[in-house]
Design a protein around this ligand. Structure first.
Ligand SMILES: O=C(O)CCC(=O)C(=O)O
Length: 247
């Protein structure tokens, strides 16, 4: 079903097909399928999609980040590709989020949490999908866009696509995996290891030795208005005219 609204390509959205070749996709998928994953739990409800965090764990209920196991060797080349597309240093992509969408799973309208930096790169594996975008323009007009995400492709969300537009992935028909790389605006919140802040309102003073992050003073708790069931995502509970909220 076509989205209702005025078509506008989000500024800062970049898409590149065939970033990952077939053989590499196949090896990555074998590895992804071997991972233990967990559902995203929001308000006690488990999402249908399942996730595994590397580098940084993000808790959708508390909005807190915490250091977790390092980005593994299997994702290093993918992170380099992602970084090249986004024109950032690979090491700044501190979080790698592996997401499994079984048939029927998707992700609802959201913007990624403000704990994460201004650039998000996502790689699609196993099945084609569509990423939908929406924003409300001056005067209340709805602007929309649909970006097909072919298997093996990558997208970059930066600028307005990252900060002003919401995105969602409608329920997939076939099993899909994605790997999302994100920067941090600051070091992780939770005190999973010595020196990490456990209070989101504290000014960072001792940076994580392991993680690069961008220290921006516009990252304030309370700016986020609610969370989707989506991992690593900030949900703005606007009406969903497409009825396509995620799993
Ligand atoms: O699966 C994707 O490509 C999108 C994931 C996403 O939007 C998120 O995890 O916040």
């Amino acid at each position: 079903m076509a989205m209702r609204g005025v078509q506008e390509r989000p500024a800062g959205l970049h898409y590149r097909a065939d970033v990952v070749g077939r053989a590499e996709q196949s090896a990555l998928l074998d590895w992804c399928r071997s991972l233990e994953t967990e559902p995203v739990v929001m308000h006690g409800v488990e999402s249908r999609r399942r996730v595994r965090h590397f580098g940084v764990h993000y808790d959708a209920a508390s909005w807190r980040t915490a250091p977790t196991e390092v980005v593994p060797a299997e994702l290093v080349r993918l992170r380099e590709l992602a970084a090249a597309l986004a024109d950032v240093e690979p090491a700044t992509l501190a979080e790698a989020l592996v997401t499994h969408y079984p048939p029927g799973a998707g992700i609802g309208w959201h913007r990624d949490a403000q704990a994460f930096g201004p650039v998000v790169v996502g790689v699609s594996l196993a099945a084609d999908a569509v990423m939908r975008f929406q924003r409300t323009a001056a005067g209340g007009e709805r602007r929309v866009f649909e970006q097909p995400l072919a298997r093996g492709s990558a997208y970059v969300l930066s600028g307005a696509a990252r900060s002003a537009w919401q995105h969602s992935v409608p329920a997939v028909k076939e099993e899909r995996w994605s790997v999302t790389f994100r920067q941090l605006r600051r070091r992780p919140d939770a005190s999973a290891s010595a020196g990490y802040r456990s209070d989101m309102t504290t000014t960072p003073d001792d940076q994580s030795p392991a993680e690069a992050f961008q220290d921006k003073d516009d990252d304030k708790p309370g700016v986020e208005v609610g969370m989707t069931e989506g991992e690593g995502s900030t949900f703005e509970p606007e009406e969903d005219p497409e009825g396509s909220a995620g799993s």
